[in-house]
Design a protein. Structure first.
Length: 313
């Protein structure tokens, strides 16, 4: 998972850097004209980005996000396979009441297979588009900080890409990669937009009543599951973990009601739940009741869901 996402990230960086470099600072001719008055620093932006803490954090966030949805796709595949096996058993036992019924079920399975494949392709495209967007946002922030760096250090930055096959060198041939990485990491520590950008990295689609479809509402993600509460967020500590994990694969969906102060006042098992284990359900309910959401104004309660995922790899 990590290697695959890293390859995608590097490809996106290489493909994006050249298109986003400032026009006046991207050519050697401009660099030469400014070198007469200012020391020149050649910056390989793609390499610089890959060493930033924020780049690693984006990768980590999207790895966790991908794992959640791969788990859901796995569950959908298992469910469909069970239906296919049941169809095959009925076919072998000649258990269909009519040829028409047989053909209807067969067409239904073919439709579900196509829906699952389409859903998978849609998710893959969605994740790559979201990941590209976050990388582009980070790159824009890095370019903005490098402008500040050039003003503070009194130097001219000549932006280069991987295609230039040049190292990150100052005019005195001293490698300043470490200095720039430290400068960017320290700068981003004080910028709330980095945290906001990373928190926005989670958007999810999930199954609805057992059918493969994409939800219109957006859900947020946590380490062990997802929650959906009209855009509200969890307070510090995140989503409580069920104390008992059990030995079954699947999901437990909890319907919740939350009051304005953020407390969960009602929690019950949702019909989308695929796990029958009573102990696992009880543990999930107990964890969901401990969830604490952000406080809002007004007097109206809100309804939403918490979904816990259980997979074995």
């Amino acid at each position: 998972m990590k290697n695959r996402l890293l390859i995608i990230g590097i490809a996106l960086v290489i493909g994006t850097v050249s298109s986003m470099l400032p026009a006046q600072e991207a050519t050697g001719q401009n660099a030469a004209s400014n070198a007469d008055t200012l020391p020149v620093v050649n910056v390989n932006v793609g390499t610089l980005m890959q060493r930033c803490n924020s780049y690693e954090e984006i990768n980590s966030q999207f790895e966790r996000k991908k794992e959640i949805f791969e788990a859901e796709l796995h569950l959908q595949s298992l469910k469909l396979q069970a239906e296919i096996d049941d169809f095959q058993r009925k076919l072998e036992k000649n258990a269909f009441v009519s040829q028409q019924r047989l053909e209807e079920e067969h067409r239904g399975l073919q439709r579900k297979e196509q829906e699952l494949q389409t859903y998978k392709e849609t998710l893959n495209k969605k994740y790559q588009d979201e990941y590209r967007q976050k990388i582009e946002q980070l790159l824009a922030m890095i370019l903005s900080q490098l402008k500040e760096y050039s003003k503070e250090r009194g130097c001219y930055i000549n932006y280069i890409s991987e295609a230039d096959n040049a190292s990150l060198l100052a005019n005195n041939d001293a490698n300043i990669m470490d200095e720039l990485v430290e400068y960017l990491n320290n700068s981003f520590k004080t910028q709330s937009e980095i945290n906001q950008m990373l928190s926005d990295a989670f958007g999810t689609a999930s199954s609805n009543n057992g059918n493969v479809s994409q939800q219109n509402q957006q859900s947020q993600s946590s380490n062990l599951g997802t929650y959906n509460l009209n855009g509200r967020s969890l307070e510090a500590g995140g989503l409580p973990r069920p104390a008992y994990a059990g030995q079954n694969e699947g999901r437990i969906v909890i319907n919740i009601t939350v009051v304005p102060n953020g407390n969960v006042i009602m929690a019950e098992i949702g019909r989308e739940t695929t796990i029958d284990d009573a102990s696992m359900r009880k543990s999930a309910l107990e964890a969901a009741r401990k969830a604490k959401f952000n406080r809002i104004s007004g007097n109206n309660n809100q309804s939403g869901t918490i979904t816990y995922w259980y997979t074995f790899k």
